[in-house]
Design a protein around this ligand. Structure first.
Ligand code: ACM
Length: 534
């Protein structure tokens, strides 16, 4: 960015945050030029669209205005409009970009796509008084401060992962999680559907996955180290119809859903139903009740590959996105070391050891998924034995794996545990609900800089974005999940969307404080720990 542009950007930000409270936009737009005056939404107002792809956003705006004001703006198709709110086409913009101009006479959102218009709408809603997010009539006048905003994201992948394996979350809970993501321009929901402690997706060819693998006998009470159990069965799964419903819902909010099917580790729940896919057919296993890493893993039997290919075939038919997450993390090799079958296979394939056997496992799955026109995404362990060029890597053990992957020309999602594992404490454990451990205050999430010095400009292009992960060993319900997710997901949103040059924690915190009434109207159960932290 040229110096003069930088100076203007900083002037705009300074003006925005000093002069007015009304521009509390998260994530911060690329450029924001405030001006005098306001636009007021009054009875009789019309919402115009120049193209049908803007109708979902127009409908959403109308429905929110209706809830708060009691009147229903009319939606009209038009080439242009000199008053009211207009969504108009601008093919010069990027797919996720928008241009929002608010003047006292009219509001215009320009976009090339429905998605860009949707993001313009999210910004417009954040400019309105907090009641706009509610379902109740309000006497508050719906005013919008005049401004010109030009906006586009820094990264194309802006994700949140929810682990529904440790605890099942209802379809309504998932939809609510998606609703909130959309408000902050996050565009990828990574649905961690299988774990040692529970399998959550209906697979028609393997009914035991839902009758056996989806239920565990009991859950841990308190922290893992306490070794206590609640004695109550826990279970649940999504039917294929429900999965389609969630995917369609997310799509309506411009969110791609990436399913994760774990392999070869984190698969005890599968083995409880189909023990022949593991060490041997004799070992009786139960869906795991204890948190932590399990030594019971899938074995590279031909039958296991048949099973996984069948499962993935059903999964790929349900999720229209290009990526399927195949896990690949934390697979202990103890059983493979002790197994005659695995040792013979290692010899037969000319492999060095069990680690190369894991990479043989992943590469076979990679080849299968690629042959169906999709791509695999896996935790950074998948890098260890060579994968196909179009496989994407999710770097979780810090950024090292991501850096290595980018250097090998793989696309990378940065999700380092030290910055984006939102199952970690965000304040003093003494004052917090039980969490995994660690310490990850809001400021630390915000401080993550994806532009890593180890990468050349060319290599850095492989970093497609960032993601925060909510593992749920200690998170058994939605309010708790929201508490762990917010406001840290807002730091994620800003780091992944806003320009690097405008990054400023103090300014973010100020806008976040100003945005709290909106979060209250949305009834987000967010942590306020950041208010008393540096
Ligand atoms: C992970 O946290 N095991 C990806």
């Amino acid at each position: 960015m040229k110096n003069i542009q930088l100076i203007i950007l900083f002037m705009c930000i300074a003006w925005t945050s000093n002069a007015q409270n009304a521009y509390n936009i998260i994530p911060l737009p690329k450029s924001l030029m405030p001006s005098e005056g306001t636009f007021v939404i009054k009875k009789g107002i019309s919402v115009y669209i120049t193209s049908y792809e803007f109708s979902p956003s127009a409908n959403m705006l109308v429905s929110q205005i209706k809830h708060v004001s009691g009147f229903v703006p009319t939606i009209k198709i038009a080439k242009s409009a000199s008053s009211g709110i207009i969504f108009s086409k601008n093919d010069a913009l990027g797919d996720e970009a928008y241009r929002l101009q608010v003047s006292s006479k009219r509001v215009e959102i320009q976009a090339k796509t429905g998605k860009g218009a949707f993001y313009g709408l999210q910004t417009l809603l954040q400019l309105m008084p907090a009641p706009i997010y509610g379902n109740e009539l309000s006497a508050v006048e719906l005013t919008i401060p005049n401004c010109l905003i030009e906006d586009a994201p820094r990264f194309s992948y802006r994700g949140l992962m929810l682990d529904v394996g440790r605890y099942y979350f209802s379809v309504d809970a998932i939809k609510r999680y998606i609703d909130l993501m959309a408000i902050y321009k996050l565009n990828t929901f990574h649905w961690h559907l299988t774990e040692d402690q529970g399998w959550r997706i209906e697979i028609k060819k393997y009914p035991l996955l839902t009758s056996i693998s989806s239920v565990r006998k009991e859950s841990m009470l308190g922290h893992r180290r306490d070794q206590k159990y609640d004695g109550k069965p826990h279970g649940g799964f999504y039917t294929q119809e429900q999965i389609k419903e969630v995917v369609a819902y997310a799509t309506s909010k411009y969110i791609n859903v990436i399913p994760e099917i774990e392999m070869p580790g984190h698969s005890t729940a599968v083995l409880a139903a189909y023990p022949q896919l593991g060490s041997n057919g004799d070992k009786i296993l139960q869906v795991k009740t204890k948190w932590g890493i399990s030594e019971d893993v899938l074995f590279p039997h031909e039958e296991t590959f048949t099973f996984l290919e069948d499962v993935l075939t059903e999964v790929m038919a349900l999720f229209p996105g290009q990526y399927i997450h195949i896990g690949g993390d934390e697979c202990p090799k103890t059983q493979w070391k002790e197994s005659r079958f695995c040792q013979d296979l290692i010899k037969k394939l000319g492999l060095k050891d069990e680690h190369e056997l894991q990479s043989y496992f992943i590469r076979r799955i990679d080849k299968f998924v690629s042959s169906k026109g999709k791509k695999i995404l896996g935790w950074d362990e998948i890098l260890e034995g060579g994968i196909s060029p179009n496989a994407m890597v999710m770097s979780w053990r810090g950024t090292k794996g991501g850096v290595e992957a980018a250097k090998q020309n793989h696309d990378v999602v940065m999700s380092p545990n030290s910055y984006f594992y939102i199952d970690y404490y965000q304040a003093d454990p003494k004052t917090e609900p039980l969490a995994f451990g660690g310490f990850l205050p809001l400021s630390k999430c915000y401080s993550f800089e994806p532009d890593l010095p180890e990468l050349t400009a060319e290599e850095a292009k492989h970093v497609v974005g960032i993601q925060a992960n909510l593992w749920t060993e200690y998170v058994s319900n939605l309010p708790y999940a929201e508490y762990m997710t917010y406001p840290r997901a807002l730091a994620l949103s800003e780091v992944s969307w806003s320009p690097k040059e405008s990054k400023n924690y103090e300014d973010f915190k100020k806008r976040l404080k100003g945005h709290m009434p909106s979060m209250d109207t949305l009834k987000i159960n967010y942590s306020k720990a950041f208010l008393s932290q540096p």
